[in-house]
Design a protein around this ligand. Structure first.
Ligand code: ATR
Length: 269
């Protein structure tokens, strides 16, 4: 029988860091399985899932751009991903067949699991696909008012309402309120994109600045937060967190997170 395998699908796919992460964990656990990257064009998505559903060696896939929404047309959605986050990042096998889920929200929360954010004010920058997972997660932990900064504030207001969050949506130029946590979910600060320019001065000394961008790892936002002496969380933490949850769904064992430092070095190398 062919080796068990999982994969990440997208178009393009060469940039994905998922193979490195999953292979690192497979290797550490001595599991004889593969994890690969497969380019799937949008018009080939239905055929892809039909093919893999019939392949007993296939354990599932991570789903990235541009398939995160469309995957839900081809796979059962028992966790109501479409109705909540609106996009899937993981498809896996269950006793009943294939199932779609989204591990981004839990992956986002994993580095801040120890914090008590109940009722605390939070700032979120961005209102795209990544913001949906972050706002969904924040709604589950019962944060206080959310100030959502976005180039298009109307999109931000719609998302606050979708996730039942109190707060307001403002343009990127608005002055920051005091907040326990600031999260950048926008593409600003990513390699090749304009920087995210915020004045962090209104944040208190114990605020945490979390940038989910991981390329580059040290964004201008995080540099500014470091200069202010604020605690920071970078995008690799969320990337590894969401991957760990998918890994367990694919291979039935928890990811060996005790090797995180070595994994980070491998991802940066
Ligand atoms: P993702 O799925 O990674 O979240 P996305 O859905 O394209 O990507 O969302 C990108 C986010 O970055 C949005 O909040 C977008 O602002 P708009 O909602 O106004 O489009 C923001 N963004 C991208 N490029 C930007 C730019 N040049 N200036 C300001 N905001 C930008």
């Amino acid at each position: 029988m062919t080796k068990p395998y999982a994969e990440v699908i997208g178009d393009p796919i060469a940039q994905s860091k998922s193979p490195l992460i999953h292979r690192f964990w497979l290797d550490r656990l001595g599991i004889d399985a593969d994890y690969r990257a497969t380019r799937v064009a949008p018009d080939a998505l239905a055929a892809y899932f039909a093919d893999r559903a019939a392949d007993p060696a296939w354990r599932g896939c991570n789903v990235t751009v541009p398939h995160k929404v469309d995957a839900l047309d081809h796979v059962p959605d028992p966790g109501n991903v479409r109705g909540s986050i609106g996009a899937a990042n993981t498809v896996f096998r269950t006793a009943d067949g294939l199932a779609a889920t989204n591990t981004d929200a839990a992956g986002f929360l994993s580095p801040i699991a120890e914090l008590d954010l109940t009722g605390k004010p939070v700032v979120v920058v961005g209102a795209g696909g990544a913001a949906r997972a972050v706002l969904f997660a924040l709604s589950k932990v019962g944060v206080g008012p959310v100030t959502l900064l976005n180039r298009t504030p109307l999109k931000g207001a719609a998302l606050l309402s979708t996730f039942g969050l109190k707060g307001q949506a403002l343009p990127l130029s608005a002055r920051l309120p005091s907040a326990a946590l600031l999260v950048n979910t926008s593409t600003l600060g990513m390699t090749g994109q304009p920087p995210l320019e915020l004045d962090l001065l209104p944040l208190p000394a114990d605020a945490i600045v979390y940038d989910i961008v991981y390329s580059p790892l040290e964004t201008g936002l995080l540099t500014q937060a470091h200069e202010r002496g604020l605690d920071t969380i970078d995008g690799l933490d969320m990337l590894v967190g969401q991957a760990a949850l998918a890994f367990e769904l694919f291979f039935g064992q928890p990811a060996p997170r005790e090797h995180d430092e070595e994994l980070r070095e491998a991802l940066l190398g």
